[in-house]
Design a protein around this ligand. Structure first.
Ligand SMILES: [Zn+2]
Length: 336
């Protein structure tokens, strides 16, 4: 599983796309999108392009049955998802929102598992127990004084998994070990992409519309370069020496191979701190030096880790490289 950042700007066309405030989150809120026709990428695209601004909707994560989770708000940014406005103790002000997609044809149970994996990551990161996982229904609002019926699918066990079943999935994900995933950097263009059509190939066209000349077709799985952020559903791409346009919904950006969460990981750790601000500072230093980082919280320490390897030699290689650059490094063995 990877978490792909696709962050929401503050405004698009002078319309607010998200609250301006930061928060110190104290919980996670689970939602179902209620949308039968959009997957996680499509939701994330809509939010990050400002298309949800008029609905005052902004959430942190969108999850479906693929191995890519899209993050549209930083965990310390407030969203609009609980319907409880500016109530200081409400969901908008305190909670990280996870939307579980439910588009037609989705493997819904896999989507629940993926959301449970993400929830497990956050619980471990913040040192929370499963009581920190809320339903949208738990937040009361003027419109829904007794709580909205969300996440609807889990509340009604529509797919055979009820709320308790979901919490059990989270506990399982924690016990299997939530492998730290270096978070890919915020997208900048050009970036790598891969054709992710269901089975057909994807047309490369001379202009961003379906009547434009087809320059070539790109097979499912074909690698291409996305030159700019998509506009009106079309991405400008380079493929096989040509430049043209292709439907953005069939292109997954910056793909990283799936890494099974059950493997044992050797983690390269660069410091453990009792103060999160110190860990964040080290994390920033490493980011500036070109290393992706992950801050894990365990046993009272915020541990700054970069890289997780199934092969110990690879971890040792990275540790040596960091030592040469003056960092104080240790390798954390699996299950340590
Ligand atoms: Zn909801």
């Amino acid at each position: 599983m990877i978490i792909q950042k696709m962050l929401t700007p503050l405004t698009v066309n002078n319309q607010s796309c998200r609250p301006t405030r930061t928060m110190a989150p104290t919980s996670i809120t689970i939602h179902n999108t209620g949308n039968p026709s959009a997957n996680a990428l499509q939701h994330a695209n809509a939010q990050s392009r400002g298309q949800l601004a008029s609905m005052q909707m902004a959430v942190h994560y969108y999850v479906d049955d693929t191995n890519t989770i899209f993050q549209c708000l930083e965990n310390n940014q407030q969203g609009w998802h609980a319907g409880d406005g500016t109530l200081a103790t409400g969901g908008n002000y305190t909670s990280i929102a996870i939307e579980i997609c439910q588009q037609k044809g989705i493997n819904q149970v896999l989507a629940f598992k993926n959301a449970a994996w993400l929830a497990a990551q956050l619980l471990v990161q913040y040192g929370w127990g499963t009581t920190a996982i809320k339903q949208h229904h738990d937040w009361k609002s003027a419109k829904y004084p007794t709580g909205k019926d969300c996440p609807c699918l889990l509340r009604h066990a529509t797919n055979g998994i009820n709320w308790q079943g979901f919490l059990t999935m989270v506990e399982t994900a924690i016990s299997e070990g939530t492998a730290p995933q270096p978070t890919p950097p915020i997208l900048s263009y050009p970036c790598a992409g891969i054709v992710t059509t269901n089975d057909k190939s994807l047309n490369l066209r001379a202009a961003p519309n379906t009547s434009a000349t087809i320059l070539t077709s790109m097979e499912k799985g074909a690698k291409l370069t996305v030159l700019a952020s998509a506009q009106n559903g079309w991405s400008q791409v380079a493929y096989d020496g040509r430049t043209g346009y292709a439907s953005a919904q069939y292109i997954t950006l910056n793909p990283v191979p799936e890494q099974p969460a059950t493997l044992a990981w050797y983690r390269v750790q660069v410091g453990a701190y009792t103060k999160k601000s110190n860990a964040d500072a080290m994390s920033t230093t490493l980011n500036l030096a070109g290393y992706d980082t992950f801050v894990a919280f365990a046993n009272g320490y915020h541990k700054v880790q970069t890289g997780a390897f199934t092969n110990k030699a690879n971890a040792e290689r990275l540790a040596e490289e960091l030592k040469q650059k003056g960092f104080d490094v240790m390798i954390v063995a699996p299950s340590a």
